[in-house]
Design a protein around this ligand. Structure first.
Ligand code: G4P
Length: 542
């Protein structure tokens, strides 16, 4: 039952804390400039003092952590992390997402923990494959999106061309908030269509962005003096734009139907502050969250939230595993007692962590929207809900049916136990999905091939198990649900060779071809075949 002891003053205090929070992720295709933008946002928040710190942090991680070696070799960012900073009296939680498509499942789950997203587009390349996928995920939950079109200090595509592509490809209305004058060597700056002023472009990788030069009004004669060759055409363009394009509409944005668009150059710290101001001014505060029994409001007194990611080896000195937990309501205080619904027991959170740009500190207090790190000794899995008292299960944190499969067996048969233990833990982290069939064979399922490489590397480095990975003839997996025990029994008897159990003991059908899947579905038309499953929910009924 919901806690009824919500005294008005406590709720008022919590409502204020919630209103002061923003939680968002940056999404982009690799190389569009996500890391660069992250870094500049952190500069504004005073979370780092010099540009280069995020990349430097990545470099130190590379130097000290074994398995992240793969990231370095491949020049990609595999792991996602969380950073909290303050800006304009607002506590901002920024969630990094791995850009590589092989980790889309991880990215998906990160996106379930945010209330808004910033989409970075490389102005030379336009809308790229990974952006399309990530945006589709945001659209599932109608997450409001702010768009930053990056790299205008280079020769890029025209702004109209890019907007058209965004609208057509991503099926979202664009409302330009700023508009660029020129590009590359003749990039002059952006015109702020709302504030009616031009912000002059100045280059400089190290600048803080506080030294903006602004020229008020489109008719300002100073513009004729400064840009005699281009200003007339630009004025016409702006007039046209004002007539032809949709103005920014807060409601449409909050409904995920329209995206405000900003132009700039992340590396030159140009156009970045506008994005941050939009986040604080327009992006939603932490929202209601759906649980199985009801929706949970962020200013409710009892503490609640869910685990959306588990990351190992964040601190290589400690070999630790941290569960990233999004708070959905109430207040975290050290030592808080919560109910762990899946394990049906109490869990006390003694020393949760808050993640800053390049350090983590003991969290003293945290509220809805904040992401805290909980030391995990195996008790927490992705999708787990913790709540103060009430039996809650937050929904919407799914596992996807893998499309790539390998069988794993230890090179040394005496290491079977270690292999099983390693795979269980890596499965719990969401690094890979693990299935066991009737013959005791361990099958690994992944959405992207790189996941296998990481698992092999980590099994060897962390669990001391060298394994053999063999191809298997499996095309896809489906979680099963049965209308009754008799059907379950019959199905298991006849289809045993194609069945396995996942880490939580749910029955899974492993089809060796699309054809086999549809044939089996036709044959067993009362059985449910599910392409996703929600964590912690054992599918029993169809
Ligand atoms: P990502 O996280 O989305 O993968 O992109 P990242 O920020 O690492 O940027 C990818 C490349 O694009 C980097 O160059 C970065 O310097 C460059 N970049 C980012 N923003 C801008 C911009 O506004 N203008 C220009 N011209 N370039 C930009 P790199 O050569 O791969 O790395 P580095 O040597 O600069 O670190």
């Amino acid at each position: 039952m919901p806690d009824t002891s919500n005294q008005p003053e406590i709720m008022q205090r919590l409502a204020k804390k919630v209103a002061e929070r923003r939680t968002f992720a940056i999404i982009s295709h690799p190389d569009a400039g996500k890391t660069t933008l992250t870094e500049k946002l952190l500069l504004y928040g005073g979370a780092i003092q010099e540009a280069g710190a995020v990349k430097a942090r990545r470099a130190t991680r590379h130097a000290t952590s074994d398995w992240l070696e793969i990231e370095k070799q491949r020049g990609i960012s595999v792991s996602s992390s969380v950073m909290q900073f303050e800006y304009a009296d607002t506590t901002i939680n920024l969630l990094d997402t791995p850009g590589h498509e092989d980790f889309s499942e991880d990215t998906y789950r990160v996106l379930t923990a945010v209330d808004a997203a910033v989409m970075v587009i490389d102005a030379a390349k336009g809308v790229e494959a990974q952006t399309i996928k990530l945006l589709a995920v945001c659209r599932l939950r109608n997450t409001p999106i702010i768009t930053f079109v990056n790299k205008f200090d280079r020769e890029v595509r025209g702004p109209l061309d890019i907007l058209q592509e965004v609208e057509e490809t991503l099926k979202i209305d664009c409302a330009p908030v700023t508009w660029p004058i020129g590009m590359g060597k003749s990039f002059r700056g952006v015109y702020d269509l709302q504030r009616d002023h031009l912000v002059k472009f100045t280059s400089g990788k190290e600048k803080q962005g506080t030294d903006q030069q602004v020229i008020e009004g489109l008719d300002n004669p100073l513009l004729d003096t400064l840009y005699p060759d281009e200003i007339e055409t630009f004025r016409e363009e702006v007039e046209l734009l004002r007539e032809a394009s949709d103005p920014f509409d807060l409601e449409m944005f909050l409904a995920g139907m329209q995206t405000p668009v900003f132009f700039g150059s992340g590396i030159n710290n140009f156009g970045v502050q506008e994005v941050l101001d939009a986040l604080v001014g327009w992006a939603p505060q932490p929202q209601l969250r759906a649980a199985l029994s009801r929706e949970v409001a962020p200013a409710e007194k009892p503490f609640s939230g869910f685990v959306f990611k588990i990351q190992a080896n964040m601190d290589p000195k400690h070999r630790d595993r941290i569960a990233f937990f999004r708070i959905c309501s109430g207040e975290y205080k050290p030592g808080i007692k919560t109910r762990h619904l899946r394990l049906d027991r109490e869990l006390r959170i003694g020393n949760a962590l808050t993640f800053m740009a390049n350090t983590r500190v003991a969290s003293e207090e945290a509220y809805a929207g904040d992401i805290i790190g909980i030391h995990n000794h195996g008790q927490l899995q992705i999708g787990d809900t913790l709540s103060e008292g009430e039996n809650l299960t937050f929904t919407g944190i799914p596992y996807f049916a893998p499309e790539l499969f390998l069988a794993a067996r230890p090179e040394d048969p005496f290491k079977a136990k270690q292999l099983a233990k390693g795979l269980k833990q890596l499965g719990e982290e969401g690094a890979v999905q693990v299935f066991t069939n009737d013959l005791g064979r361990m099958l690994l399922g992944a959405v992207g091939r790189l996941q296998f490489e990481i698992v092999a590397h980590r099994l060897s480095a962390e669990y001391g198990v060298e394994a053999k990975y063999e191809p298997v003839e499996i095309h896809t997996a489906r979680w099963l649900s049965f209308p009754d025990e008799i059907t379950r029994h019959d199905f298991q008897k006849r289809e045993l060779a194609s069945m396995a159990l996942d880490v939580d003991g749910n029955p899974v059908f492993l089809a060796n071809s699309k054809y086999k899947l549809s044939l089996t579905q036709e044959k067993w038309n009362t059985v449910g075949f599910h392409a996703t499953r929600e964590h912690g929910q054992v599918l029993s009924q169809g």
